[in-house]
Ligand binder design. Sequence first.
Ligand SMILES: Cc1cc2nc3c(=O)[nH]c(=O)nc-3n(C[C@H](O)[C@H](O)[C@H](O)COP(=O)(O)O)c2cc1C
Length: 318
Amino acid sequence: MMDWTDRHCRYLHRLLSSRALLYTEMVTAPALVRGGAVHLLDFSPEEHPVALQLGGSDPAELAEAARMGAEAGYDEINLNVGCPSDRVQSGTFGAVLMKEPALVAECCAAMIAATDVEVTVKCRIGVDDQDPEQVLPEFLARVAAAGVERFTIHARKAWLQGLSPKENRDVPPLDYDLVQRMKGLFPALHLSVNGGISTLAEAKAFLDAGMDGVMLGRAAYHNPADILGPADRIIFGEDAPDRTAEDAVRAMQPYIETHLARGGKLHQITRHMLGLFTGRPGARAWRRVLSEGATRPGADYDLVEEALAQVTGEPVAG
Ligand SMILES: Cc1cc2nc3c(=O)[nH]c(=O)nc-3n(C[C@H](O)[C@H](O)[C@H](O)COP(=O)(O)O)c2cc1C
């Protein structure tokens, strides 16, 4: 998710779940291939398994970007066919490609030929006045014929005119039933559902009903401890104690200190930690201490301990 799932966010999320697949922000193929923005590929080895999401619509450029992603060590290369923003539309990326399944297939074939890493697609059920009942199965069939075996489907249309990107994540109605029926039509494909899922219980229900995967975006970001902390046990069936928000905070200390020692700023990391105690006593004070203090010059890990004391009630050491 743009501006959200940067490497710091992913490092934190990995501390909460060993198994959940994490995705980068969308990186555009032109930025990588023509813009030389190779730093956008940086990640920590601890983040595995991690998928690189690419945006683009030029097969040769996407193939080169996929090759760069594979070389950087990503576990999966995902093509964005869901983003509705204007900027992205103008470059023919994202959701507008739902109208061009042949081009998406060509892009995916080129990416698959360029790398050994699995190429996957994230799409919508349609755009604008398309009939999802018709276009979604056609899209899946066409792109699967190019060799893609795994799709994540955001279960709502994108309306490319008149809605902001934010509205396009809430306003077009969700059609989970259609997405679930795709599993019946394409039993050999690995299909994940996305959109509006806010608890692990809901996610588990989709898996029990036959979906192969569930992608949680906003809920995982805003409430990472409740979503990712129990995920290894509830979703992946591991016999391991749930990771807690406190554990994650303390485990962030060396990462934060290394970041600061390299000249980074505390708030670049702590902005992703604000939701860790959502719903718990002290959550508001935790957020306040971090948001007010983390941008101050010299702010360091001590501020995080000070914020943590608001939640745990423990006196701050020293
Ligand atoms: C801030 C923000 C940035 C996003 N950026 C991306 C992106 O880069 N690529 C993408 O495929 N989806 C992106 N999305 C959409 C989410 O991946 C997801 O499809 C959408 O939010 C619906 O799922 P949710 O209800 O679980 O959040 C973004 C969503 C948000 C809120």
